[in-house]
Every structure is written in structure tokens, then in C-alpha cells.
Design a protein around this ligand. Sequence first.
Ligand code: SF4
Length: 443
Amino acid sequence: MALTGLQIFKLLPKTNCKKCGKPTCLAFAMALAQKKANLDECPDASEETRASLAEASAPPIKAVQFGTGDGQVKVGQETVLFRHEEKFYNQTVVSVTVSDTLSGDALKARIEAINALQFDRVGTHIQVNSITIINESGSADSFAAAAEAVKAASSLAMILVSDSADALAAAVAKVADAKPLIAKATADNAEAVARIAKDNGCAVVAEAESIESLAELTEKIKAAGVEDIVLSLNETLKNRLYGLTQIKTLALKKSFRALGYPTISCVLEGKAEDQAVKAISLICKHSSIVVVETAEQYAMLPMLTAIMNIFTDPQKPVQVEPKLYAIGEVTDQSPVLFTTNFSLTYYTVESDAEGSRVPCYILVVDTEGTSVLTAYSGDKLNEKVVAAAITKCDVENIVKHRKLIIPGYVAVMSGKVEEETGWEVIVGPRESSMLPKFLQEIA
Ligand code: SF4
């Protein structure tokens, strides 16, 4: 059970020294109880206190990692049910299956196809992060061989799925240093699977058909010495969506530790597009890992796009790097236009500038990721900011002319920009969609 604010207060130094940023120890204790503070922020808390408060200060949903190096992934650690309450921390991991009935070139081709599931969207790289090896053959040797082949050909984090503890032991023995996620421990094999996970320092999936059974199972696995657990509710899609919401609610709102773990769901049947629809439902409704069978790019892109949108920090606008971008085969006579570093604004302008087929430069000004009008009204976009960007990006040495195209919406800045920069200002169109015509006319 989590401690109350008053119980936590009794364990703190009670000096009200304010080093934690709170006015009193009681205020800090209350914040800690509500998961709005971290015990590390009190430098004077004794080791004894730290041990006593470990549970109270732990995130309500445990962070679990699997894989190694660049391929390592982290799931869980969420503190809120809805993104607007704060933010979500660790993105849903999409994992694509490989059957151990494949071997040789077919296995190699499948792994390569999964490795290639990578896209660039609105300036951000998105990709599949995991491969799930399924023991369809029923053979421990084939399972171990497939796991070994995946490890050799991919750096993606692995999930090993088998109903047989012996097959899991055989596969883990081959790839233990890749720290795979081991699936799955059930009521029948929990001790054996937990032992494999513990001996190899791996996380384990606990699977049951009801929330109550899952809670009992996690207690059993924890008692066997495994802390890193991922929950799997073996249910229909509809019931699973309800179940995942209930699990997350119980963990976050009731601090129910036995369910305070990330979750995994599988969508292994149906057409690629149907798998995408189901997977996106699970991504929206709290599944920390979604395993799909399809490796079709057209089905994967919407899944990754959904993740990208859901896990964007609502308090942090999506930004591009403020710098000078060259569009096309530019010369020192190419036009220079500026815009802000709000991603949506930049990529709209970039796309329209490219559409004009007139090589040009886009000077992206740092407005903390806000759009042109928002930045102007908040004084994040003014003549000084534009002048500083020109200097910082060395635009005066890159082009020989001194003409700057400014967005039509901030035509009012013209005079001040001319005074501050010494550049002639040309007022561009209000709407970016008019840029192609505008650029062609002035070229
Ligand atoms: Fe109390 Fe620790 Fe905060 Fe100081 S830093 S006010 S001792 S909780």
C-alpha cells in the first residue's frame, strides 16, 4: 500500500530547509504522496528514510526495459491516465512477429523486412522497435535457432514467446546477453519461467484471463525474485480494451501495486489493414507493447503515426532546428524567406517552396516552436530575433543580395526589420499555399 502524505512526513527530516523547492517538509510529503515529487529532491533524507519510502516514491507503473544498446526499449513509468494531465513518458513499442517455422533465406528476408520498417514523418524518424519470435514449431531447437538468427541480423529488442518453459530456456540460453523479454508466465508455469527470467536478468510477461488472476500471478512472480513484469490479458479485443483501462486506472488511481506494470497485447490474425485498426485501438487504450504479425509498410505507418501523435508532449510544441535550410540547387542569388520553427509551419512552407521549383533559402527563426502569428503576438518573433537569426546562420556570407521575404501575416514588422537588419523587406503571401506563384513571379 502507498503511504499517505502524513505517514511520509513523519519520515522526513522536518527541518523545513526548502532545499527541495517546497516551502515545508509537509508540502514535500504531500507532493511525494501524489507522485508530483521525487524523493531525490530532498538531499537530507536518510538512507533509512529512502528505504522506507522506496515504495511510496516509486512510479505507480513500473518502468520495464528490454533489449540492449541502441535497440533497448523502455515501457511503463506512466503517471497519468490522460496525456493532457501531464504527459506520457514511454511510447508504445510495436513488435513484429517472426515464426520459428522459418529458416534460411525466408527467415533472413523476414528479419530484413522488419528492420526496414522505418519512416521519416514531419522531420521525425519513426520505426518498429522490436521483433517477437514465436515458437510455432513446438521445437525448442528451432525456437533457439530462430532467436539466434534474429540476434545476428537485427539490433531490435527481442520478445520470445512460447508456452514451453523448456523452449524458452533453450532460446534464452542463446540470446541472454540481448536481454529479451520472456513470454509468457502463466499460473501453470510461473515458477519455471520466473526462474529463467531471474537467472538471466530478463523481464517476463505474466499472462492470465482476468485482472484478478493477473494480480495474483504478478505477486507470485515477484515472490520468485523477478521485479520487471509486463502484463498480458488474454481476452477478446473488446474486453481487453476495457481490461487495459481498468488495469491502468487501478494502478494510477488506487496505487494497486500488483497491477502497476506495463502491458502487452497481440494482434496476430487478419488482413494487414485490420491488424492496423486493432493495433491502433490498443495503442490508444493503454497497451505499452503491441505485437502484430503484419510487416506491411502501409499498415505500419498509421500505427507509428498514431504513437507519434499520442505520445507528443502537449506542453512542448513539435519543433524543427532553427537554421538556414536550402531548398533545391541554391546559389548566392537565391531568395531568402523566413518562418518560425513550429514543425507544422516549417513543413508547410518547405513543401510549398519545393512546389515552386524555385531554389530558395528558408531561414528558420527560433520562436520556441510557435507559429508565426502566435510568436508575433507573444513577442517571440520581432525584428531583433530575425536579425539575430541572420547573423547566427551567417546568411550575409551565404547570399550576395540583401532581400528578405517575410510572411504576409507579419507585414507590420517590415519597417522595424529593415531598420534592424539593413535588409530590404519583401512582404510574402499570407498563406503558404500562395508561395509557388509568389516565388515564380519574383524569380
Ligand atoms: Fe524538508 Fe527535505 Fe524539503 Fe528540506 S529538502 S524542506 S528537509 S523535505
